[in-house]
Write a protein that binds this ligand. Structure first.
Ligand code: GLV
Length: 377
């Protein structure tokens, strides 16, 4: 119940244990085609250009940056947590000019702030993180795609901890490129990075003047393995068992349906916050519209946070996490990057997003807080 990996669905683990097929054999290529089809539904896109990068969400991040940017081009990075910071680092390594649009941890960017930055810098790419797992912030994408289009900018969105847990309408929202991870709301093990480009983004890749600096992540080559350009050629050995897992994960998403899946995540988020608030705990993210339902952040450090209530001294967040693991066999995580030492993080993602799991998390919090005399037994 931390920020991921979430527990994998047993159906997915069973699929992953099936005998291996050759990575260029027609029955396996059919599985890859079905993964692409499932991803179109998940991203809500008609784009032909979906695939899974062979690697974790970071491979998706690096694939997007390596392909969408040429040296000397500008990227504006909406940076409100650890993932924006990493994108700044990565884009710099690929020779891009990085504009670090930084805001306080716990806040999202308004359309006005994003418009001002894009109009000023006219970047090739605007990066936003839909679900910032280090802070628990949900970035709204309303109007951003249209604004980017007007300015000749591609919109790249990280959805590692949000895809499948909160709405995403890639085509309707004008999102040009998206990457994600397998181990969060998709309930598969880590190791696959779903990725999507629309026609605009693919044209950018195809019209590059310079070679993509990474061989492994070059979409001219990887895309050809996934059949993007009408043929199929060997680039690297596809992660056979991982694509079985992804295919099963996407089948499960289709069986439940995205609307039902998003509603389930929202419902367990509400259930958990009703319980946490009854113990006197408060969300780290002040604005209710900015709260992410999949990774929930809870104030844990003694002291006052903004206009919110003050957390009394003497609550040891790490002791509470240890007790939860030792006694309840449940993972509650601490902060990450800008929130390290300040918050707890609870993931409500995919297979784990169930009322009984919320009850277990609440029992672990209640017990941990009672042990520290923050709550009366
Ligand atoms: C990893 O994705 C994390 O948020 O800890």
């Amino acid at each position: 119940m931390g920020p991921g990996p979430a527990n994998a669905d047993p159906r997915i683990l069973a699929a992953q244990s099936l005998p291996l097929l050759g990575h260029m054999h027609p029955p396996f290529l059919k599985i890859m085609d079905e993964v692409q089809q499932g991803l179109r539904y998940l991203f809500q896109t008609d784009s032909k250009y979906t695939l899974c990068a062979s690697g974790t969400g970071h491979a998706g991040m690096e694939m997007a940056i390596a392909n969408l940017l040429e040296p000397g081009e500008t990227i504006v990075v909406g940076n409100n947590g650890i993932w924006g910071t990493r994108v700044c680092d990565m884009a710099g390594r690929f020779g891009a000019k990085v504009v670090n649009l930084q805001t306080e941890a716990g806040k999202s960017f308004s359309l006005a702030e994003l418009t001002a930055a894009v109009e000023q810098h006219k970047p090739a790419v605007l990066f936003l993180c839909q679900g910032e797992s280090s802070t628990g912030v949900h970035q709204s994408l309303a109007g951003v795609g249209e604004m980017c289009r007007k300015n000749g900018t591609l919109l790249l969105v990280d959805t590692v901890c949000s895809l499948g847990g909160v709405p995403m309408y890639a085509d309707a929202w004008g999102v040009d490129a998206i990457y994600s991870g397998s181990q969060k709301c998709l309930s598969a093990p880590p190791g696959g990075a779903p990725l999507m480009l629309n026609d605009r983004a693919l044209q950018k890749v195809q019209n590059r003047k310079t070679k993509v600096r990474s061989y492994y992540l070059d979409l001219h080559l990887v895309g050809d393995y996934w059949g993007w350009y009408g043929s199929r050629s060997y680039h690297h050995t596809g992660m056979v068992s991982m694509w079985y897992a992804l295919r099963e994960a996407l089948a499960i998403v289709a069986e439940e349906g995205l609307d039902a899946m998003w509603a389930r995540h929202e419902a367990v988020h509400k259930q958990m916050w009703d319980g946490l608030r009854s113990m006197g705990l408060e969300p780290f993210v002040e604005d209710p519209n900015d709260r992410l339902v999949t990774v929930n952040t809870i104030k844990a450090r003694a002291g006052c946070y903004g206009a919110g209530r003050c957390v009394p001294a003497g609550v040891d967040w790490a002791a509470l996490c240890k007790n939860a693991m030792d006694k309840y066999n449940v993972e509650i995580a601490g902060g990450l990057g800008p929130t390290a030492g300040k918050i707890w993080r609870v993931g409500l993602m995919g297979y784990n997003a169930k009322p009984a799991n919320v009850e277990l998390v609440l029992a672990a919090f209640r017990d941990g807080l009672q042990q520290q005399n923050y709550l009366k037994a």
